[in-house]
Design a protein around this ligand. Structure first.
Ligand code: FAD
Length: 494
């Protein structure tokens, strides 16, 4: 039944999750004939959370995310709905490869290697990334018996395993240390001994269960796809595996802010929520703000990192607050450098490189940003982006910005053979961006913890949580999670 009375929803958090949820809520409310007033609160001065783009020296610098997966279509769909279709840019076709460090040099990633496993044993055998013994161990993967827990061909609902355990078991320690760990670290900044495979890459577990081999499962899946490097959309337009936006990822945030404003959503910047309370008799939520003022609402969407959500919910749902606090976070920093192209001796014929943690370098990975996407820097310059910190190397974040910058640049200099008279003059500009407690750690058991959180939050009416903490850290996952949360909240308000 359609409700005629106007309802108010307060969304707390203005990252991509909160913004996407506000948009979906507004669209759904129109579809369903529900008069909905939406107020979005965001602690920071500008909405967008981790998504930030700046310009320096005619170069475009991404301070947070720089691209988005296209195999998960929800981010692309949102961009198109917002009219950004002509802004979407593919990665540079000529250089679609990545490198992995081995000692002090960079080697090309084995062709067809997907995060954990090779789709082609021949390509792996041809790669210099593994020793002969390491290759032989990986090559016998199809002969390793499937996990006894998967004997009926499926993964039991409550099964979970760490990345380390799985890769060691199936492909051996070298594949873990030299390839899987650094590749995963680039995405989750995680400790591989704790990272849940079920929460991050369940398809690998499913392939073992179904085919008795992840290499076979991966090969079959890739054969099914028309291309390994492109995704087709309904309209037949093909995108590369990752896409960016011509003017940077922050243009997605700007488009959302503009659309939400046009739709009548009230966005309050520099506004923190501090307490949440529910009055059962009045069926009303009260959101207390940092300045002690209050907002009344029929429904609440908490689109915050789990630690902030835990803090906020502690006033109304202690159980949910405790469960939310179980999700640990890692901190990281991104250091962007603008360097004269002539000073970099490396061919930069790829999108970047990852470094296995066993080498204990200061940086986890680096992106050749102006190679990955055209138009990011004038011809004579390159933009290099280094990542530091994460779950395995938290101590680097205790250093000052200039110390982090120096350490990051020393690693880049070594791997990319950056030359100049003095280190200081080798880069024209650098920007250090810290992201404290920004990366949710999907530890073993994460899927179960999320189920418990959702069940606990649902004990109070018309409240829902969404964000990167729950079922995927990438922007497309956040958009999907926000869409699902918006649908559930609308249904509960009708
Ligand atoms: C360095 C880095 C690089 C990344 N690269 C990529 C990439 O290339 N591609 C990709 O898909 N993903 C990437 N990610 C992941 C992705 O950016 C994030 O998972 C996603 O942006 C998280 O969005 P969110 O809205 O859930 O949270 P956030 O962006 O953290 O937003 C939370 C918002 O809540 C606000 N807030 C906090 N407390 C309160 C309060 N009490 N009241 C009101 N507001 C509050 C904050 O101001 C913030 O705006 C990257 C992440 C990092 C850290």
């Amino acid at each position: 039944m359609v409700s005629q009375k106007e309802k108010t929803v307060v969304i707390i958090g203005g990252g991509i999750s909160g913004l996407a949820a506000a948009y979906r809520l507004k669209m759904l409310s129109r579809e369903k004939g529900l008069m909905l007033n939406i107020v979005l609160l965001n602690a920071a001065e500008k909405a967008g959370g981790l998504i930030k783009t700046i310009k320096r020296n005619d170069c475009l610098l991404e301070l947070g995310p720089d691209s988005m997966q296209t195999a998960k279509p929800w981010g692309l769909e949102l961009m198109k709905e917002l009219g950004l279709e002509n802004e979407i840019v593919d990665t540079n076709e000529a250089n679609r490869r990545a490198f992995v460090a081995q000692g002090n040099t960079l080697l090309p990633m084995p062709v067809g290697f997907r995060l954990i496993a090779p789709a082609s044993i021949i390509q792996l055998a041809a790669s210099p990334c593994l020793s002969l013994l390491g290759k032989l161990r990986a090559m016998i993967e199809p002969l390793i018996p499937r996990n006894a827990a998967f004997s009926n061909g499926t993964v039991p609902d409550n099964y979970d395993e760490s990345l380390s355990s799985f890769v060691r078991r199936r492909l051996g320690n070298e594949v873990l240390e030299r390839l899987a760990q650094p590749l995963f670290s680039g995405i989750y900044t995680a400790n591989p001994d704790k990272l849940s495979l079920r929460a991050t890459m369940p398809e690998f577990l499913n392939w073992e269960a179904k085919y008795g081999s992840v290499v076979t499962g991966l090969k079959k899946t890739m054969q099914l796809k028309s291309s390994t490097s492109a995704t087709s959309t309904d309209e037949g337009v093909r995108y590369s595996m990752f896409v960016g936006l011509r003017h940077g990822m922050e243009s997605l945030v700007d488009a959302l802010i503009n659309r939400l404003t046009a739709l009548g959503v009230e966005i309050r910047h520099s506004t923190s929520a501090t307490l949440l309370n529910h009055d059962e008799a009045k069926k009303q939520w009260t959101v207390t703000l940092a300045d002690r003022s209050e907002l009344k609402a029929d429904g609440v969407m908490v689109a915050l990192p789990a630690h902030a959500a835990s803090h906020l919910l502690s006033s109304c749902n202690g159980e949910a607050a405790q469960l939310l606090a179980k999700i640990q976070y890692a901190s990281s920093a991104v250091v962007n450098f603008i360097v004269e192209r002539k000073n970099v001796l490396h061919a930069l014929n790829g999108f970047g490189f990852v470094i296995p943690s066993v080498y204990r370098k200061s940086i986890l990975a680096a992106t050749f940003s102006s190679v990955k996407f055209d138009g990011r820097a004038p011809e004579n310059l390159v933009v290099l982006r280094a990542f530091v910190g994460g779950a395995l190397f938290p101590d680097i974040l205790k250093l000052s910005d200039s110390e982090i910058r120096d350490k990051a640049f020393a690693d880049l200099t070594q791997y990319l053979s950056i030359t100049s008279v003095s280190r200081k003059s080798s880069y024209l500009e650098s920007v250090v961006t810290r992201w404290p407690n920004s990366m949710p750690q999907y530890d073993v058991g994460h899927v179960e913890v999320v189920r418990e959180i959702e069940a606990s939050v649902a004990k109070l009416p018309n409240i829902i949580v969404c964000g990167a903490a729950y079922s995927g850290v990438g922007i497309p996952d956040c958009v999907k999670n926000a869409d699902i949360a918006a649908e559930k909240l609308i249904l509960s308000l009708l």
